[in-house]
Design a protein. Structure first.
Length: 277
């Protein structure tokens, strides 16, 4: 068996981009107390899991020896770690409920104005008139709208206006740093972005759209103005995509597929030494 510390020539050219990719994650790990030994344990489990489930040969049983060959992990360790099952990403119920209600508020013509913006809603409306109660009830019958409203008021997702109507706030678009919903979307969105990039690198032709507009050597003022404008453009695109997806789902028979349309904006001050490197 080859020395597990060795990397194939094909993999060697990934070192630099992977190091750049991992750097902000390592910064997060250190900040949150995830030590190198703990990360090593996690990576060992993931290597075995990916080799076992994603690299099985059609019609053949995946063996400890082959997983060991693919991963460079000792066969006894492979035997101990195998069989745990592929990781399952479960959406926390509170995250799923909140995102579905907000998505409908932003997409359903009953709850938006002529410009597609979310309407201020009376708490209770007559009949099918737009109201917060009708909005929640259109998504779930398992929770009392009043309980959802109290939770959202506490989290700052909505506020009452001068007329006592319920108004969706900017905070509803961006989860608070480090809370359950933020960490869920941190994992989901990064996974999907990386998965799309990997599919484009490993496939014969790029399958997914993954593009960026970038300029270097900017003044701080211009970088901040471009960041603000990019946020406006991104929110317009996300809201339009949400409206069209919501309308299409009304007549879709349903199935096992999922779809994610994401955008990101990033800017930083690059020290001269880092720019040269």
């Amino acid at each position: 068996m080859a020395d597990p510390s060795e990397t194939s020539p094909e993999g060697a050219n990934l070192h630099a981009p992977v190091a750049r990719l991992l750097r902000p994650l390592v910064r997060l790990f250190v900040a949150r107390g995830i030590t190198f030994p703990a990360l090593t344990t996690l990576l060992r489990e993931l290597y075995v899991n990916v080799a076992e489930y994603d690299f099985a040969l059609p019609g053949k049983e995946q063996t400890d020896s082959r997983v060991s060959l693919l991963t460079g992990i000792h066969r006894k360790e492979v035997s101990r770690l195998r069989g745990a099952g592929a990781p399952v990403s479960v959406v926390p119920s509170a995250v799923s409920r909140t995102s579905r209600i907000i998505a409908r508020w932003l997409a359903d013509p009953r709850f938006t104005d002529g410009n597609g913006q979310p309407l201020p809603l009376a708490r209770i409306g007559e009949g099918d008139a737009p109201s917060f109660d009708n909005l929640v009830s259109a998504v779930t019958r398992d929770l009392r709208p009043r309980a959802v409203l109290d939770e959202w008021l506490d989290r700052g997702l909505v506020i009452p206006d001068a007329e006592g109507r319920i108004v969706l706030t900017e905070a509803a678009y961006v989860p608070k740093g480090g809370d359950e919903s933020h960490l869920y979307y941190f994992g989901r969105n990064l996974h999907d972005h990386i998965a799309a990039s990997v599919a484009n690198v490993t496939g014969p032709t790029p399958r997914f759209l993954e593009r960026a507009v970038h300029y270097d050597g900017l003044s701080r003022d211009l970088a901040e103005r471009l960041e603000a404008r990019a946020r406006e453009i991104a929110m317009e695109a996300l809201q339009q995509a949400n409206r069209e997806a919501h309308a299409a789902c009304e007549t879709d028979p349903g199935g096992s597929h999922r779809w994610n349309f994401g955008l990101y904006v990033y800017a930083e001050d690059v020290p001269p030494t880092a720019a040269k490197a």
